[in-house]
Design a protein around this ligand. Structure first.
Ligand code: NAP
Length: 304
């Protein structure tokens, strides 16, 4: 068997098109576009690159995009004051603070200071609670798990009644995707098992999975013999395993590998995400979708 490739870039392009149309509709109806604020502290190259991609995507959709760049030695007080300012701004629907933050700043205090109704990353305890309750309580599903769910739905994967195994229990991927897929309702209703470093026989659990979601950060952790023939495999892992010269730019770029042995797994799985080009492109896309959701909630429109 050769697995169907679930392309995150293709799904991303489709969703961005939908979001662009939705932005134009909102603009025509309410006289303003969804507003996203990106807060960047310092100049960490990886953070600059992530924020730049988010800004470019927001601008390409026609959002009102506000960049708030603060020096690396900014005080916590000054950062909290900025957040309070954006919390109170009626044109701001989403506030994103790029992590990590410098040592003098308490990350938790900053994330908890964001108005939960503008917390487009979905990391505020109120939004984590809403996610746990599920249904129409959910305002901002966290971006990477939301991207995974969207990939599963749009690739035609049947989730209701499916055996889902999640490898990893982090707060940003493993735990939230497990909660989202076990909820009663559309695009969920699965039987979910979560495995981690304390689990006794990970391979045995994985072999039962109709849908295997791997978010461990260990290159090649999942062996082909752990995969049930025909299963859908979502590889969230992004591991830098070396460097190469890009054919396009002639510059040095990282060689990235997932947590699954892609070549071998593709011979057994029914469908699989590649790395790169699978889950990766979905995260920023879902951030944009959350910003649109934020505006819809603020203007009193139903969230679909
Ligand atoms: P994390 O916080 O390091 O959590 C990793 C989880 O995997 C932990 O729960 C850990 O178990 C478990 N784990 C590690 N090694 C294991 C092993 N040998 N067997 C079983 N479980 C194991 O990582 P994360 O933030 O969730 O990220 C996971 C991966 O996804 C990383 O490669 C990251 O770069 C990638 N990622 C990609 C995106 C994206 O594409 N947009 C977004 C987020 C993350 P314990 O809890 O027992 O330690």
């Amino acid at each position: 068997m050769t697995a169907k490739i679930i392309s995150g870039t293709a799904v991303r392009d489709q969703i961005l098109q939908e979001l662009k149309a939705e932005t134009e509709r909102l603009k025509a109806k309410y006289g303003r576009a969804p507003g996203l604020v990106t807060i960047l502290v310092g100049e960490n190259p990886a953070s600059v690159s992530y924020v730049t991609s988010k800004i470019r995507t927001a601008q390409s959709l026609g959002f009102r995009e506000v960049q708030c760049n603060l020096p690396a030695d900014v005080s916590q007080e000054a950062l909290l004051a900025k957040i309070a300012e954006f919390n109170a701004d009626p044109g701001t629907d989403g506030i994103l603070v790029q992590l990590p933050l410098p040592k003098q700043i308490d990350e938790k205090a900053v994330l908890n200071a964001i108005d939960p109704d503008k917390d487009v990353d979905g990391f505020h305890p109120v939004n984590v609670g809403r996610l746990m309750i599920g249904g129409d309580q959910v305002l901002f599903p966290p971006c990477t798990p939301a991207g995974i769910q969207e990939l599963l739905v749009r690739s035609g994967c049947e989730l209701s009644g499916a055996e889902v195994v999640v490898v990893g229990r982090s707060n940003i991927v493993g735990k939230p995707i497990a909660v989202m897929l076990m909820q009663k309702g559309r695009a969920a209703n699965a039987t979910v098992t979560v495995v981690h470093t304390g689990s006794r026989d990970i391979a045995e659990h994985c072999r039962r999975a109709d849908v295997l979601i791997v978010a461990a950060g260990v290159p090649g952790l999942v062996k082909p013999e752990w995969i049930k023939p025909g299963a859908t495999v979502i590889d969230v892992g992004v591991n830098r395993v070396g460097e190469k010269i890009s054919e396009k730019t002639g510059k040095k770029i990282a060689i990235l590998k997932g947590d699954v042995d892609f070549e071998e797994a593709s011979k057994i799985a029914g469908a699989i995400t590649p790395v790169p080009g699978g889950v990766g492109p979905m995260t920023i896309t879902m951030l944009m979708r959350n910003t649109v959701r934020g505006m819809k909630r603020r203007v009193g429109e139903p969230l679909s």
